[in-house]
Write a protein that binds this ligand. Structure first.
Ligand code: NAG
Ligand code: NAG
Ligand code: NAG
Ligand code: NAG
Ligand code: NAG
Length: 471
């Protein structure tokens, strides 16, 4: 998901040290967390909340993964009953001091320059919700450590025959001479229910060939569960919604173009307004919604950190709006309004910290968030709805988060809830549980978003009835 050259990582560390030496005591403003989502940010007058966030990273402790491995970006698919399959990334830093440690999120692989070993794990879990707890209870029933090579992020889904597949963008080479090859592979799962014991393995890859793009970094495509369709990931703009029909995943058809394209004017307008200050792209697979008329998916939003953390407001924005209030804010309109085209096109590749010795260098140079979107299940599959950006509220100060939450899985949980699996800080695997009523309430019709582009926010989604989702 994130590639940073070693020299940039060193620069990041160096800048952090400089800042720690030059910063005095922190401002009170640094104590604020990202602003909580509230009813004003919803299409319906519902106060949006999650039910819980469950950290499942510790399931992978003591099973023979490399020492100090980070396990993150877990894809998910439902297998049967309470059984789910996960596919996650595993990273072991070269330097022992930078290795992951349970309970800590300050060991970002990017701070290690991604020079360590990247591998993957397939796992089968039983997930249930006990009536006396908000969190999910997860038990590991089996796993397969794919320790030979790096498959990066996978997306799990079922094809039209109910068979489990994983979509992967396999990396080739190292940056800058780097490309990805898009594939699908069967995931074979066998369970002996009486023994709570499952075996899971990866089948042979099949190529998803698309020769219409100049980008050699094509990835984050969006499989539509229960079909042989995928959305092509348009970096930055999300639209036009561009669709492949692979025919079947046994013999995916060769593509030089798309099988359907549908555009809505909000996407070019969003892109023109924000440029790369805030941009939208694919995240999880899409799943059919109740009624069968539409698909729901989660995208990932990347943003200039100065959108939300005034401490890192670029100089040009300070010059045009010198009276910017300190504190964490929830929108990016101030940067969009004060920037010109070249400033909007610039992606931030510079370190920053929050001036607090305890959190130096933890934040990634960009902020990440989730958003929901919906598209029609009939041709040409127009997108119809989108939510504002949100991050799970896991407490603490804004300075305590690293800026990276990456949505990778979406599944149903029971009759009326969804689970969203995501990677936290490239170090942990988490599951956000949310009711479909709240998901629906967060979705705005595209025409409504078009009217309020400057109000597009990123907020922290609280958990119902508790001060912090991890409780
Ligand atoms: C499942 O059974 C296999 C073979 O008997 C055994 O090696 C493995 O440890 C068991 N796995 C679990 C999670 O109990
Ligand atoms: C995914 O697709 C399969 C059909 O292969 C279907 O049985 C399952 O219910 C779908 N999952 C969701 C969440 O819609
Ligand atoms: C759906 O997309 C098509 C193709 O871009 C477009 O012509 C049509 O107007 C769209 N329909 C709606 C309702 O937006
Ligand atoms: C812009 O202003 C903010 C708030 O006053 C400050 O923290 C930040 O360092 C400034 N940015 C630059 C590049 O000077
Ligand atoms: C954008 O603004 C900067 C000054 O902040 C200026 O140097 C640059 O030439 C401008 N670029 C364009 C394309 O207008």
């Amino acid at each position: 998901m994130i590639i940073i050259k070693p020299e940039i990582a060193l620069l990041l560390l160096f800048n952090s040290v400089i800042r720690s030496l030059s910063s005095s005591t922190g401002h009170a403003s640094e104590k604020y967390s990202h602003p909580l989502c509230n009813a004003n940010f919803n299409a319906d007058p519902v106060f949006p909340v999650a039910k819980s966030v469950t950290d499942v990273t510790q399931l992978f402790d003591g099973i023979g993964l490399p020492d100090g491995a980070c396990v993150f970006n877990p894809a998910v698919v439902h297998v049967a009953g309470r059984i789910y399959c996960l596919f996650a990334r595993v990273y072991q830093a070269t330097e022992p001091l930078r290795r992951c440690k349970p309970g800590y999120l300050d060991r970002s692989p990017f701070l290690d320059g991604w020079r360590g070993r990247s591998t993957n794990i397939l796992a089968v879990l039983r997930l249930r919700k006990r009536s006396d707890s908000r969190q999910l209870h997860a038990k590991l029933l089996g796993y397969s450590y794919l320790g030979q090579s790096n498959h990066e992020d996978g997306r799990l889904f079922k094809d039209m025959h109910g068979r489990v597949f994983v979509y992967m963008a396999l990396p080739l080479g190292t940056s800058p001479e780097r490309a990805v090859v898009n594939t699908v592979s069967r995931v074979l799962i066998r369970c002996i229910y009486a023994l709570n014991n499952c075996s899971v393995s990866l089948g042979h890859p099949r190529l998803l060939s698309y020769f219409g793009s100049e980008s050699v970094m094509d990835k984050n495509w969006v499989p539509w569960n229960g079909t042989a369709f995928m959305s092509y990931s348009r970096y930055g703009t999300l639209g036009p919604h561009s669709i492949f029909n692979w025919g079947s995943y046994d013999e995916p058809t060769f593509h030089t173009g798309f099988d359907a394209v549908a555009e809505d004017s909000v996407f070019p307008r969003f892109a023109a307004y924000y440029g790369k200050l805030m941009h939208l792209s694919g995240g999880s697979p899409a799943i059919l919604e109740e009624g069968g008329q539409s698909f729901l998916a989660i995208g990932h939003l990347k943003a200039h950190p100065g959108c939300f953390h005034p401490e890192v407001t670029p100089a040009w924005a300070n010059m045009s709006s010198p009276n910017l209030l300190p504190g964490v804010q929830n929108r990016c309109a101030h940067l969009a309004q004060s920037s010109n085209a070249s400033q909007k096109a610039e992606e931030l590749r510079e370190a920053f910290s929050f001036g607090d010795a305890a959190s130096i260098g933890v934040h990634y140079p960009l902020d990440y968030a989730f958003f929901f979107y919906r598209f029609s299940a009939s041709a040409p599959y127009n997108m119809t709805h989108i939510s504002y950006g949100f991050i799970p509220y896991i407490g603490g100060r804004a300075a305590d988060h690293t800026g990276i939450v990456f949505p990778i899985g979406l599944e149903r949980f029971g009759k009326s809830d969804y689970i969203i699996t995501y990677g936290d800080s490239d170090q942990a695997s988490k599951i956000l549980l949310m009711s479909s009523v709240h998901v629906n309430a967060m979705l705005w019709h595209l025409s409504k978003i078009a009217e309020r582009l400057d109000e597009y926010v990123v907020c922290a989604l609280p958990c119902h009835g508790v001060p912090d989702c991890m409780q």
